[in-house]
Design a protein around this ligand. Structure first.
Ligand code: ATP
Ligand code: MG
Length: 461
């Protein structure tokens, strides 16, 4: 294989080394671009596929939520995924984490600055104003879909994640505040999720917050040496958010900070007390967390979070609050509003550890066609069953193959019953039925009465 002479040997070694270098360089460049050597393109970091084995859980979550929202009188609104960057800057706030560090913004071909939505409230308010939805009326809206934030990907934190957002416009509360929170509790119960803790707080009016802000700035400025980097920035921009710090080293300083209770206005106190009374009356447990501030500028009065300890550090599965000033801020009529968003990936994570069973999505029946000459008859039989039993989950074996092989596929599909159409059955206009889940005796049923038989047999299970 190798050339005999030394010279040749060296030359070959040199060529091999150079090629290897080029080769690894090639891999390196390819990997940097997210392309593997074989030319496969991979998904973007922090943006995940949801695979067929996982979609039944997603569909279950979405279907339960959708029907619950429907029963509480909420209507779906479908919003664009891309909006003008300015919309988010002006609503969420320039100095919040989302706008300052996390947005996917880009210039489109016209030079306009656009952003992949990091949350849904801003777009919902924009659409409501654009179409006059809030004019002299109460609106209860929800939406669902992907959101985008350039955060460090980790468990429970993606760059593309999904939310169901719920918003109510035109109601000053606190009755709607309570109803929203109770609706969440009912959803957790339906999903079979336990161990979710409700934390609530009131952020008062902008005036009372401004007074508190001053006191906080004085307090934290006096202890500047104990502030971490994040908190130092927040001291300048948004001192209330220091209270929200997740850094345990900051805890003692935060615990000793002045309480908002000394500055909150009386009306907000009454509003909050009524909310607590409504929740008490329904015997819903909650913790009043006076340090709960939320990361977006538009919140005031009621804020709440549903938190679990079962998911590690990213434990907030649902968060929201009142944003009475936002519609007016966008030049609309003053419109009180409250909303929340659920993080679907985190809820799915909790559902995975719940003992609640998902609705069965396996096929009811698998139609085996024993003999290529019966394919047309098999398709016709399947179509006739679908006509008569619209709910039937029926997989027809396509592509031929031995009886043994078809039975293997039937087993693998998870179907309850195998329906067999072969020469004998075709001759007598019948179908053989075999249970794939137990030892029940095989039966032969006339094709004309098959639908009635299946309906009785499957619905009795
Ligand atoms: P966090 O403190 O976890 O960053 P947040 O205050 O930024 O949350 P919100 O903007 O209130 O979150 O979003 C509501 C919910 O959406 C969160 O409670 C969470 O369940 C989910 N969520 C937010 N960001 C992400 C993300 N990057 N990946 C997955 N879920 C997320
Ligand atoms: Mg965040």
């Amino acid at each position: 294989m190798w050339p005999a002479s030394n010279w040749e040997n060296n030359r070959t070694a040199g060529i091999v080394a150079v090629s290897l270098l080029q080769f690894t360089g090639f891999i390196f460049v390819r990997q940097k671009q997210g392309i593997t050597l074989s030319g496969k393109i991979q998904a973007i970091r922090g943006m995940h596929d949801i695979l067929p084995e996982d979609t039944p859980r997603w569909q279950h979550l979405e279907a339960l939520t959708r029907s619950l929202l429907d029963t509480y009188g909420y209507q779906e609104i479908r919003l664009p995924i891309v909006e003008k960057t300015e919309l988010f800057q002006r609503s969420i706030g320039e100095l919040t984490d989302i706008v300052a560090k996390e947005m996917y913004s880009f210039e489109d071909r016209n030079g306009d600055s656009l952003t992949l939505r990091p949350e849904g409230t801003a777009g919902c308010v924009r659409a409501g104003l654009e179409h006059g939805l809030f004019h002299n009326q109460v609106r209860k809206l929800w939406y669902m879909g992907p959101m985008f934030r350039h955060e460090r990907p980790q468990k429970g934190r993606q760059r593309q994640f999904h939310q169901i957002g719920v918003e109510a416009f035109g109601l000053p509360g606190p009755d709607i505040d309570a109803e929203m929170i109770l609706m969440c509790a009912r959803l957790w119960q339906r999903l079979g999720l336990a161990n979710l803790r409700l934390e609530i707080n009131s952020l008062g009016t902008p005036e009372s917050r401004a007074a508190y802000r001053k006191v906080l700035v004085d307090y934290f400025s006096a202890h500047q040496d104990q502030l971490d980097k994040d908190s130092l920035t927040r001291l300048e921009n948004n001192p209330l958010r220091i209270l929200d710090s997740k850094n345990p080293d900051m805890r003692p300083l935060i615990d000793d900070a002045p309480e908002f209770s000394g500055y909150i206005d009386n009306e907000s106190v009454e509003h909050f007390q009524s909310l607590c009374e409504y929740l008490d009356r329904q015997q819903l447990n909650y913790v009043i967390n006076s340090r709960l501030v939320r990361g977006l500028d538009y919140y005031g009065r009621t804020v709440f979070e549903w938190i679990t300890d079962d998911l590690g550090a990213q434990g907030t599965v649902c968060a929201g609050g009142r944003y009475d000033g936002l519609v007016e801020h966008f030049a609309g009529q003053p419109t009180p509003a409250i909303g929340f968003a659920m993080g679907l990936e985190r809820l799915i994570g909790l559902m995975e550890s719940s003992t609640n069973r998902l609705p069965d999505s396996d096929p009811h029946a698998y139609l085996i066609i024993a003999g290529d000459e019966f394919r047309a008859a098999g398709l016709a039989l399947a179509e006739s069953l679908r006509e008569q039993l619209p709910w039937l989950r029926l997989v027809t074996h396509l592509g031929g193959g031995s009886l043994k092989n078809q039975f293997k596929k039937a087993d693998k599909s998870g179907a309850r019953l195998a329906l067999v159409l072969g020469a004998d059955e075709a001759a007598s206009q019948e179908v053989s039925i075999k249970s794939l889940r137990d030892q029940a005796e095989q039966e032969r049923i006339g094709q004309n009465s098959l639908a009635v038989h299946l309906a009785a047999r499957l619905q009795a299970v």
